[in-house]
Ligand binder design. Structure first.
Ligand SMILES: Nc1ncnc2c1ncn2[C@@H]1O[C@H](COP(=O)(O)OP(=O)(O)OP(=O)(O)O)[C@@H](O)[C@H]1O
Ligand SMILES: [Mg+2]
Length: 261
């Protein structure tokens, strides 16, 4: 486990509860996600994992509890403000624009930081030219970090799912986030692609980044994560290192299956 630098901000969630009408989706969740680690969030379908991410990014507003990045309270910070603080995410379903090349898709991830509007990133206007060149360079470097610089000018329709997932992650890291939330990055990938993804995730681990991965692929999550939190029907069932979680009887029972019984 990487030592926690005192300068960098942990993402803390305290007693967060979320409901929609009569349906309580998250019950009193408290946990800490630290920079320098890869944090895994696991749990069965409908456990509340994506809802939890939506609370972190401000898409959902929990009725109770607090969320804070370092000393900064986030309850009243709307999603664009959280993006400006360095929150970035990928989605459960591949969300690349099929009309754009891979590098153009990654450049979209940079438009929030642009002084020119995002359209200027694509239109041949002299106003946005220097910025466009800078964004292209940053996007290229994100693709290179994930080992897929060679597909920069290809269309998403020509590429396999594993490469598309890496491209989505490249888009999410292009703006150098401080918090990166990945929602089921291995969904739909074969074992070779999942192995490449694991290598890529391990390379992203950095003292400057809070990296949280929601995933159903247990081999992947046990391999890459330093700390795991297990959700079950909206409640935090267990937290700990992979070796602890793997043998936690509650977790084995509700999540990993208890076929031996
Ligand atoms: N906007 C919403 N309105 C009403 N109910 C919602 C909303 N978003 C999520 N839910 C409900 O919250 C519960 C948790 O859903 P969520 O998508 O967070 O689970 P999950 O752990 O991500 O599941 P999966 O592994 O299938 O992606 C589900 O019962 C879902 O129907
Ligand atoms: Mg989900």
């Amino acid at each position: 486990m990487t030592a926690l630098s005192p300068n960098l901000a942990a993402l803390r969630v305290e007693q967060v509860s979320l409901s929609f009408g009569g349906l309580q989706v998250l019950h009193d969740i408290s946990l800490v996600m630290r920079p320098g680690e890869i944090t895994g969030l696991i749990g069965p379908n409908g456990a509340g994992k994506t809802s939890f991410f939506n609370c972190l990014t401000g898409i959902y507003s929990p009725q109770r509890g607090r969320i804070q990045l370092g000393d900064k309270r986030l309850e009243n910070v709307p999603p664009p403000g959280r993006a400006a603080l360095g929150f970035s995410r990928s989605f459960q379903h591949v969300a690349l624009c099929p009309e754009l090349t891979i590098i153009e898709n990654v450049m979209i991830g940079l438009h929030r930081q642009s002084t020119a509007g995002w359209l200027d990133a694509f239109l041949p206007l002299s106003f946005g030219k220097a910025e466009r060149a800078r964004n292209r360079e940053q996007a290229m470097s994100a693709l290179a970090r994930l080992g897929i610089a060679h597909v920069a000018n290809e269309s998403p329709s020509q590429l396999p799912p594993g490469v598309l997932r890496l491209a989505e992650i490249a888009r999410a890291i292009a703006g150098s986030p401080t918090v990166l939330l990945l929602d089921e990055p291995a969904a739909g990938l074969n074992s070779v692609e999942t192995h490449d993804l694991a290598m890529a995730l391990k390379k992203l681990r950095s003292p400057d980044l809070v990296l949280v991965v929601v995933e159903h692929d247990m081999d992947l999550i046990m391999d890459v994560c330093d700390t795991l939190h297990v959700l079950n029907v909206g409640r935090l069932l267990a937290s700990g290192g992979p070796d602890e979680i793997r043998v936690n009887p509650e977790v084995v029972k509700v999540y990993l299956g208890d076929d031996d019984e």
